[in-house]
Ligand binder design. Structure first.
Ligand code: CP
Ligand code: NVA
Length: 330
């Protein structure tokens, strides 16, 4: 009997809310099964002879490697296509590139700026297309985040996640939808100038309430974190926004995650608390960006604490992306 019980064959994944709640649960179950199998030394051939194109306009460590390793684990092969090396958008339209790649590859992952690019690829390629991050969304990351939460807490419904930082980037947009789908209580904690899009808040609130959860937006990093089972943050400056670096640091300094903030959750002693970050993260002076100014969105103390599950999240990128490819290609 097949390990893939999802109903996602032939589908693309451009945003999380294209999935039903059942699709999401099925994907997480499949990822957990594939992870257990890999941990016990098993490999499979679920993606045997499948060729995967990885088109990247922006840099990546985790996502690129997750697709590559996941494909190889199951007998498939991934080809990395840096946009600087291919014609996309310069000598050849997105539509034509999509039609060419769709004739050769079984699936296409795209990371880049515009959501409309991944939508065009999906419309024209004739094979599943997966959003590997755009300015608006990062769906494969949130699949890994939900798997990590499920591993730590068992059930997802009723958990409280507080996201602290830039309240309107691709990560928090996707978390608002993903957490709403599984009935979590979500708090978006950000300065007023970086508040989320009201239309998205409305959509995610409706989804959350329907599934037994809730959504709150606050500017208060003090009381906003009370009761959190997870505090989540992301970089203060997303890829493509580098010119805004100084303004972001000024706005977001009061939102840095430190041990005092973690203690205010009230959940540390019971052990029902984790820290999450999609990574890469600026938690020490070991990067070009932080060499002179030091920690940004999270202190090194929190990042390295036992309750920090950021590397479980990173590993889970691979298991969930593998599940997504297996679900949509087989
Ligand atoms: N979290 C994430 O998407 O990491 P990369 O940018 O390294 O792919
Ligand atoms: N918001 C970040 C996420 C990186 C995984 C960015 O877009 O750069």
């Amino acid at each position: 009997m097949s390990i893939n019980k999802t109903r996602l064959r032939g589908r693309s994944l451009l945003t999380l809310d294209e999935l039903s709640v059942q699709d999401m649960t099925d994907l997480l179950d499949l990822a957990a099964d594939l992870k257990a199998r890999k941990r016990s030394g098993g490999r499979g051939d679920l993606l045997l002879r499948k060729n995967i194109a990885l088109i990247f306009e922006k840099s990546s460590t985790r996502t690129r490697c997750a697709f590559t390793v996941a494909a190889a684990d199951e007998g498939g092969q991934a080809e990395y296509l840096d946009v600087h090396d291919i014609h996309l958008g310069k000598k050849e339209s997105i539509v034509d590139t999509a039609r060419v790649l769709g004739r050769m590859f079984d699936g296409i992952a795209f990371r880049g700026f515009k959501q409309s690019t991944v939508e065009t690829l999906a419309r024209c390629a004739g094979v599943p297309v997966w959003n590997a991050l755009t300015d608006d969304w990062h769906p494969t990351q949130v699949l890994a985040d939900l798997l990590t939460l499920r591993e730590q807490f068992g059930a997802l419904q009723g958990l409280r996640m507080v996201y602290v930082g830039d309240g309107r980037n691709n990560m928090v947009n996707t978390l608002m939808i993903g957490c709403a789908m599984v009935g979590m209580h979500f708090v978006n904690c950000a300065p007023a100038m970086l508040a989320p899009d009201p239309a998205l808040v409305e959509r995610a609130t409706e989804l959350a309430v329907r599934n037994g959860g809730s959504l709150k937006v606050t500017t208060d990093p003090h009381d906003g974190v009370i009761g959190a089972h997870a505090i989540y943050t992301d970089v203060w400056v997303s890829m493509g926004e580098e010119a805004q670096f100084e303004e972001r640091v000024r706005l977001l300094k009061p939102y840095r995650i430190d041990q005092a903030m973690v203690e205010r959750t009230g959940n540390l002693e019971s052990g029902r608390f984790i820290f999450l970050h999609c990574l890469p993260g600026f938690h020490n002076r070991d990067t070009e960006v932080t060499r002179t100014i030091g920690e940004l969105e999270v202190t090194d103390e929190v990042f390295e604490a036992p309750y920090s599950k950021v590397f479980d999240q990173a590993e889970n990128r691979m298991h969930t992306i593998k599940a997504l490819m297996v679900a949509t290609l087989t």
